[in-house]
Design a protein around this ligand. Structure first.
Ligand code: ADP
Ligand code: MG
Length: 683
């Protein structure tokens, strides 16, 4: 209630100030000076606004006017009159100003009103026990005390059946109620409150309706006296502006409406600020929440992505791990890996089978497994230190001293992803069966070749023998002949030497084959083979041309190489024979077999070139397949075995052929260096 009233007052004041306030009007000031003295009609029965206190006129309105007068340099003379008298006095020119008059349309026709400087309201005051009167509607047949000529008087006059006890002042009307001569007081609420306090009867009365009508107090001047009005307004505004109004208000009412307004404004500002801050924080919070949520979402997404890819990687790894294990498990070769310290890191089932152990010796040193130890012997350190590879090595293994297994094995470095040697891989296979089979085929082929050779050689053996025999038969008769003796001394040893060579070649060839690599002179090797063929070749009318570089050495098994050369030369001769048999003209006469050997920086080449029938591309491809033959009595093993042997001796075999023209087979080997140098890796 209090706050509502105050705020109302405040609003009115603020309105007044905002509407017309413009201090420092020189014209106004000049006029007020001319005014000099003003006579002011005052109703002294309107406490606490204007009333007599111990013989002195005092009150809120008085203080305000005093200040106005001070600012506007007016001299004030008070004329105590009630409201009605005041109005008349103003009309008659007896007074210049009425202090504390409320605005009414009626008065406004006769006088000018200054800015309002106080707003109160009309209250309906009843005894405390009176609970039937709640408002104006309940005033019928009640005795109402009120001041004549007031807003409330004009208002209530229109309500019928109200019994009025009309007085000429607020204070008198209040006294009627207090003395029980009226049931209701209707009038200035502030005045009523003040008097209740004054008489100490506040608890005996109550306001049935506290804010019936607004009461706005102004100063009034006679109609047309605008200069004076202007002076008063200016004074009022200065009073407000200079802060006197607040002081006076506080003095009389305890609370400064401007202060209240200020406080209210402050409160509102604070509340609004707090609200704004709260809103901002909320919005900010929401923003950050969203942002955080987004961030969390993103991170979650990333995490999910990472998880997915991790799961995928795990799966992949598992797969590749499984895949590797499957490869290892399925391999027909034994595979063993060791780390740099020689500790076994993997051992596949085939390795278990060949080695003959039950459990994988993982984590143990390889030296505990005799076979592995034997295969690694002299190699592991070179593999680890230099990354050297040992490929296609062979090892005869007799675990029980009786059965011999023939193993082929490979020792090479194990690299990590950065190409660092992290260990050793050993892969090995049991080639015993392959060996047996090859041995068989070899024997077969050898026998056939031997048969052919022998057929060709028999004659050749017979020739020197015949020659020797002839010499021998002629000894008795021609011994004395010096020429004969000379001839015999020359020819017989020659023939015997030739026989010796032939037989030597045969014996070499027939010897059991054992791969035993050693430096071999190419020239001697080829010549030892060619001597076997020379007789038959010449007999068949073919020529042999050799072009052999001297002092070429290769590291091979001599017997195997001889076998290879024999096979190739046999094929060459057969190809030329077939060509000649087919040919009807003399073109096929004088076909030549070329055998050459030469070397470049690193390699040694041996070429067997014939002028035989040659082969088409298709035939050439098939020629190396075992058992492929175009000959009625062929085995189809010659080339395949040759290729096999060449490979076993770390060489390569290259074949070129032109149908109808001839064939060249070239063997290529690493150059054998001097005995102290590095060899071809097969030592
Ligand atoms: P075979 O000599 O027992 O037939 P090979 O393996 O030695 O078996 O040769 C296979 C086949 O390759 C021969 O049958 C022949 O058709 C062809 N061939 C081999 N060498 C020559 C060559 N120098 N000229 C033409 N054809 C050849
Ligand atoms: Mg052959």
């Amino acid at each position: 209630m209090m706050l509502a009233r105050l705020s109302f007052t405040v609003m009115v004041l603020i309105g007044a100030v905002l509407m017309n306030f413009s201090p420092g009007d020189m014209a106004g000031l000049a006029e007020s000076n001319r005014q000099g003295k003003i006579r002011v009609a005052v109703d002294p029965h309107l406490p606490p606004f204007q009333f007599m206190d111990e013989g002195t006129l005092t009150g809120f309105n008085i203080d305000i006017l005093e200040k106005v007068a001070e600012y506007q340099q007016l001299e004030v003379e008070y004329v105590p009159l009630n409201l009605e008298q005041s109005v008349d006095a103003l009309a008659n020119g007896e007074v210049d100003v009425i202090l504390g008059i409320h605005f009414s349309a009626d008065y406004a026709e006769r006088m000018e009103f200054s800015d309002r400087f106080f707003t109160s309201s009309v209250g309906v005051l009843v005894p405390a026990h009176e609970d039937h009167i709640k408002g104006l509607a309940d005033l019928s047949n009640r005795i109402v005390a009120l001041q004549r000529g007031t807003v409330e008087y004009d208002f209530l006059r229109n309500i019928r059946r109200v019994k009025y006890h009309v007085t000429s002042s607020q204070a008198q009307a209040f006294e009627l109620l207090q003395r029980g001569r009226a049931e209701v007081f209707v009038g200035n609420r502030h005045t009523a409150e003040y008097l209740l306090q004054e008489y100490g009867v506040a608890n005996q009365y109550q306001f049935a309706d506290g804010y019936l009508l607004p009461l706005e107090y102004s100063l009034a001047v006679p109609g047309g006296r605008y200069q004076l009005l202007h002076t008063l307004n200016r004074g009022l505004r200065t009073v407000v502006h200079e802060g006197d109004y607040t002081q006076i208000y506080n003095h009389w009412f305890g609370q400064d409406p401007a202060l209240v307004a200020q406080r209210l404004r402050t409160a509102i500002t604070v509340i609004v600020s707090l609200f704004a801050i709260a809103l901002m924080m909320m919005v900010y919070g929401m923003y950050w929440n969203r942002k955080l949520q987004q961030e969390v979402d993103n991170k979650t997404k990333d995490l999910q992505e990472a998880n997915r890819s991790l799961a995928y990687q795990i799966e992949e790894t598992k797969n590749s791990q499984q895949f590797k294990e499957q490869i290892l498990d399925s391999s027909p070769r034994g595979i063993v890996t060791c780390d740099r310290h020689g500790l076994i890191t993997s051992f596949n089932p085939k390795a278990l089978e060949i080695v003959g152990v039950e459990e994988k010796p993982l984590g143990r040193h390889y030296s505990h497994i005799p076979l592995i130890s034997a295969l690694f012997k002299g190699k592991i350190s070179q593999v680890l230190a230099q990354g050297q590879q040992f490929l296609g090595e062979e090892y005869d293994w007799a675990p029980d001293g009786q059965t011999t297994y023939h193993l082929r094995y490979y020792v090479y470095p194990l690299y990590d992803y950065e190409k660092h040697v992290t260990g050793v891989i050993l892969s090995f296979e049991d080639v015993t069966e392959e060996y047996r089979l090859r041995e068989q085929l070899f024997t077969q082929e050898k026998n056939r070749a031997l048969g052919q050779l022998v057929a060709g050689i028999a004659h050749e053996i017979r020739n020197p023998l015949t020659s020797i025999k002839t010499f021998a038969e002629l000894i008795p008769s021609k011994f004395e002949n010096a020429v004969f003796r000379q001839e015999m001394a020359t020819h017989v040893p020659k023939e015997i030497e030739r026989l010796n060579q032939l037989i030597g070649g045969l014996i070499d060839y027939a010897k059991p084959r054992r791969a035993k690599k050693e430096p071999v002179y190419v020239q001697s090797l080829i010549e030892a083979v060619l001597i076997l063929f020379q007789p038959s070749v010449e007999k068949k009318g073919f020529r042999v041309r050799t072009n052999l570089e001297r002092d070429l050495s290769i590291n091979v098994d001599a017997q195997q190489m001889k076998q290879v050369l024999i096979n190739l030369i046999l094929n060459a001769i057969e190809a030329m024979e077939i060509k000649r048999n087919k040919a009807v003209d003399a073109q096929a006469e004088g076909l030549t077999l070329h055998v050459s050997a030469w070397a470049d920086e690193t390699d040694v080449y041996i070429a067997i070139k014939d002028e035989g029938i040659g082969m088409s591309m298709e035939e050439l491809n098939k020629a190396f397949e075992p058992f492929y033959t175009t000959k009625p009595k062929g085995t189809g093993l010659g080339l395949s075995l040759s290729q096999q042997y060449v490979a076993e001796n770390n060489g390569r075999l290259v074949a070129e052929s032109t149908p109808g023209q001839g064939t060249v087979i070239t063997l290529i080997f690493n150059k054998e260096r001097d005995a102290n140098g590095q060899d071809t890796g097969n030592r």
